[in-house]
Design a protein around this ligand. Structure first.
Ligand SMILES: NC(=O)c1ccc[n+]([C@@H]2O[C@H](COP(=O)([O-])OP(=O)(O)OC[C@H]3O[C@@H](n4cnc5c(N)ncnc54)[C@H](OP(=O)(O)O)[C@@H]3O)[C@@H](O)[C@H]2O)c1
Length: 208
């Protein structure tokens, strides 16, 4: 039974402490690792103003890293606005499976290719449970801000690869939309990717 200040996870009826959701890892999900990969300005913006084209300001080195990660992991999850921003580049490719979260999967019926490009209105917990049951061990979460918020609120993210480009944007979307999350991270590595000072940080969620 949930008490005041707790939110009941509608999927399994587990309760989720609003104050520290990222530290609550549901037992059911423990076999499935979710890795967040994002690139941001030094002040935490993932878009410049509202321009969805991030390739205008991200470095070649970050793009190479991102594509290396995509080639190592078959499963990628994103929100519908990220899909819209990248849709030109999202084509069926080998065993890669892309799952796009949207409240209106029917709107994307023509773009659906089962096993390769799929649209789902599941909650993050439902999706990760289903994919874990299908045998997946890892999923890459590639944004955007709103989708990231949902995964952090559900305590589902295990690792973060954050590239920091040496830029400052006065306006733009933040890496995780405001919400009810509060996580502690442990730094695993820092890598300088180029001369101008693009940094790649790897963090793990610290279980406390
Ligand atoms: N710098 C980076 O690394 C990076 C990475 C990714 C994206 N971006 C940028 O971020 C922007 C997009 O971020 P965003 O926060 O606006 O949007 P987003 O997280 O990509 O997508 C949010 C939308 O996805 C759908 N959605 C998400 N979770 C859902 C769920 N559980 N069930 C049903 N629908 C769900 C909803 O749309 P509907 O229901 O209306 O379909 C929601 O409005 C783009 O401009 C993109 O270029 C940057």
């Amino acid at each position: 039974m949930a008490s005041i200040g707790e939110e009941v996870n509608p999927i399994k009826g587990y309760s989720l402490h609003k104050e520290y959701p990222c530290q609550t890892k549901y037992e059911k999900y423990q076999h499935m690792k979710v890795i967040l990969i994002m690139v941001q300005s030094l002040n935490g913006k993932i878009t410049k103003d509202n321009d969805p084209d991030i390739y205008k300001w991200t470095s070649k080195e970050d793009q190479e890293f991102f594509f290396r990660m995509l080639s190592k992991h078959t499963l990628t999850i994103m929100g519908s606005r990220t899909y819209e921003a990248a849709r030109e580049n999202i084509k069926p490719y080998g065993k890669r499976r892309r799952i796009i979260l949207t409240s209106t999967p029917d709107r994307y019926r023509d773009a659906t290719i089962p096993g390769q490009i799929e649209f789902s209105s599941e909650l993050p917990g439902e999706l990760i449970t289903r994919l874990g049951d299908e045998g997946y061990e890892t999923a890459l979460l590639v944004g955007g801000a709103e989708t990231n918020r949902q995964f952090f609120e559900a305590g589902l993210v295990d690792e973060l690869y954050i590239t920091i480009e040496p830029r400052l944007f006065g306006k733009g979307k933040q890496i995780i939309a405001d919400g009810n999350y509060d996580g502690e991270l442990a730094l695993e590595s820092v890598e300088r990717l180029n001369e101008k000072g693009t940094l790649l940080l790897k963090y793990k969620i610290r279980e406390v």
